[in-house]
Design a binder for this molecule. Structure first.
Ligand SMILES: [Zn+2]
Length: 170
């Protein structure tokens, strides 16, 4: 018997397998953290953001400021942290453009889009930059905070931060 002898398999019905015609949005592809007090210990960050203020934690013992907010200081391991307001304007420290490769379930998102590291002064943080394409931007451009509300896949009211070019900046 050789590998090409298929006579044993010619007759009879083949088993049929199926794939779903609709794919649920997998929880793992929801990149936004759940934001309530019983879901995350940095819920205050989201509460503040929902109220329109970008904040992060600063250590009362060593004065180190961190982003993202922490529950324990990564410098001195103190848990005596307080939330501080961050500036809502910053400068592009670095940026790139996402052109493809989004996982299944995220294809409705509008590629290409710009992601950047923004220097706010006290901290640098990464975020998406809306209303600009890669060719429009230069290192050092000023950008402003933009807060977006997130639809689905939970019923919770969630928010997240993005940036956009500061008005009047070309
Ligand atoms: Zn500290």
């Amino acid at each position: 018997m050789t590998n090409t002898d298929t006579s044993d398999f010619d007759d009879g019905e083949r088993e049929r397998v199926s794939v779903p015609d609709r794919i649920e949005f997998p929880r793992l592809l929801d990149f936004y953290e759940l934001q309530t007090e019983d879901q995350t210990k940095i819920h205050k960050f989201y509460d503040n953001l929902r109220d329109g203020q970008l904040t992060t934690t600063q250590c009362r013992d060593c004065d180190e400021m961190h982003f993202p907010p922490r529950i324990v200081c990564p410098e001195c391991t103190s848990d005596d942290l307080e939330y501080m307001d961050l500036p809502h304007e910053g400068e592009l420290f670095a940026f790139s453009e996402v052109r493809g490769g989004l996982p299944l379930g995220l294809r409705e998102h509008d590629v290409p889009y710009v992601v950047a590291v923004v220097d706010l002064g006290p901290v640098k943080l990464s975020g998406r930059v809306d209303d600009a394409s890669y060719g429009d931007l230069e290192i050092g451009d000023s950008v402003s905070l933009k807060i977006v509300e997130i639809n689905g896949p939970t019923d919770e009211e969630r928010v997240f931060y993005r940036f956009e070019p500061t008005d009047g900046d070309s």
